[in-house]
Design a protein around this ligand. Structure first.
Ligand code: PLP
Length: 424
């Protein structure tokens, strides 16, 4: 068969883009060669509906071992009693949890999308807002922080069945213990979605949701630095509170409901090549190298936030505890869209983002979100963060000047030229 040069040339072009640019999209990262190799392996050929030891297809002996290793490593990494490694993405992990815990029309309480939440936490354009009845908490206008007393008030008033703690653009640590008190006061299930800070949480740098939340979901490809995908975890298994029984009349465990919600509830065959890549990423995350990486991520983000603040940038909540930050650009007189476009012309990739109490549409926005997980993987340190802030500021100040943007792009390409995508 003829090699598909059209596609391979595009893949090469994308590789060049990644190599030459500064990647500041908070949800992205660069995987190791072995994670990449597993993701492109022959395991993609295998159907394996079901779970290790209980499959609906023959020939699953090898992938059974792979999947079990992925489960065991994730359990060790997060201190979880239960892990399902099959969700194809973070959204699918959340879908499965809702499927296991809710009926259509049930009320859910999530972090408002425009304040930093995720689409799957009840946005009206997402299944979670169409199928369920969403209500929201957000951040305080003056501080950009969560006010747990207000979240308690909303929960008491609304009586949600499920509460979601977690966000896509929130730079502060979350008090999961307090969330559990709120959930218990109204008899709600508490789910943490740690898709963004999972790598920092795994290494004990941020609050651990596993002891407090009934269920925890995460993507595997952000700070966790694995292949694109999702997982579902529990710190401990428990009898489902919905009265769903086995044939013998015993209550089904929550783990059994979650497994059924993933397969056959929402997915067919698991992506065993991706599960193999997840297993490798979890193995990498168990090392001290990964702890050092996460400590550097936190340090880089803190340095970047401080440098931006000193240049007059308005960071929501004033700084960051994790890998990311959300900048309100309204005092700089350009939109998030203008900033994103200008930065891309200089080979600096960020995403425009709504800021709390934004007056612009999601297509325009007043802000940008920055994260340092990817550049830290490329080996960049504190001094590089200061240099990047200078470059960002030059772009923002000159966002309509094509020749200045071209000159900044040269500087960016020179800076990144000798950095491989992945530095162990
Ligand atoms: N949950 C949160 C908090 C996220 O930030 C994201 C992705 O950005 C997701 C879920 C969904 O992940 P995916 O894009 O893999 O569906």
């Amino acid at each position: 068969m003829q090699r598909d040069e059209q596609i391979f040339e595009l893949i090469q072009a994308e590789k060049e883009r990644q190599l030459h640019g500064i990647e500041l999209i908070a949800s992205e990262n660069f995987v190791s060669d072995q994670v990449m190799e597993a993701a492109g392996s022959v395991l993609t050929n295998k159907y394996a509906e079901g779970y290790p030891g209980k499959r609906y297809y023959g020939g699953c002996e090898v992938v059974d071992e792979v999947e079990q290793i992925a489960i065991d490593r994730a359990k060790a990494l997060f201190g979880a009693a239960y892990v399902n490694v099959q969700p194809h993405s973070g959204s699918q992990a959340n879908t499965a949890v809702y499927h296991a815990c809710l009926k259509p029309g049930d009320k859910i309480l999530g972090f408002d999308l425009s304040h930093g939440g995720h689409l799957t936490h009840g946005s009206p354009v997402n299944f979670s807002g169409k199928l369920y009845n969403p209500v929201f908490y957000g951040v305080e206008q003056e501080t950009g922080l969560l006010n747990y007393d207000k979240i308690q008030e909303i929960a008491t008033e609304e009586q949600p069945k499920l509460i979601i703690a977690g966000a896509s653009a929130f730079s502060r640590d979350i008090d999961f213990k307090r969330f559990r008190v709120i959930a218990d006061s109204v008899g709600a299930i508490l789910m943490a979605d740690i898709s963004h800070p999972a790598g920092l949480i795994a290494k004990g740098i941020l609050n651990d949701p596993l002891p407090h939340c009934h269920i925890v979901t995460t993507t595997t490809h952000k700070t966790l630095r694995g292949p694109r995908g999702g997982i579902i975890m529990m710190g401990q298994d428990f009898d489902n509170p919905f009265g769903i029984t086995l044939k013998n009349g015993n209550l089904r465990k929550m783990s059994s409901l979650l497994d059924s919600a993933v397969f056959p509830g929402n997915q067919g065959g698991p992506l065993e090549h991706i599960i193999a890549a997840k297993a490798i990423a979890f193995g990498e995350a168990l090392t001290d190298d990964f702890l050092n990486y996460q400590l550097q991520v936190k340090q880089n983000a803190a340095v970047m936030a401080e440098a931006l603040v000193s240049k007059g940038y308005n960071i929501i909540s004033g700084g960051t505890d994790n890998h990311c930050m959300l900048i309100d650009l309204r005092n700089k007189n350009l939109s998030g869209k203008d900033a994103e476009n200008a930065l891309v012309k200089a080979d600096i990739t960020v995403n425009k983002n709504m800021v709390p109490f934004d007056d612009k549409s999601p297509f325009v926005t007043s802000g940008i979100r920055l994260g340092v997980s990817a550049v830290t993987t490329r080996g960049l340190k504190e001094d590089d963060m200061l240099a990047i802030v200078e470059l960002i500021d030059e772009v923002i100040v000159n966002y309509e000047d094509e020749s200045v943007l071209e000159a900044i792009k040269d500087k960016v390409n020179t800076m990144m030229k000798d950095n491989p995508l992945f530095v162990a």
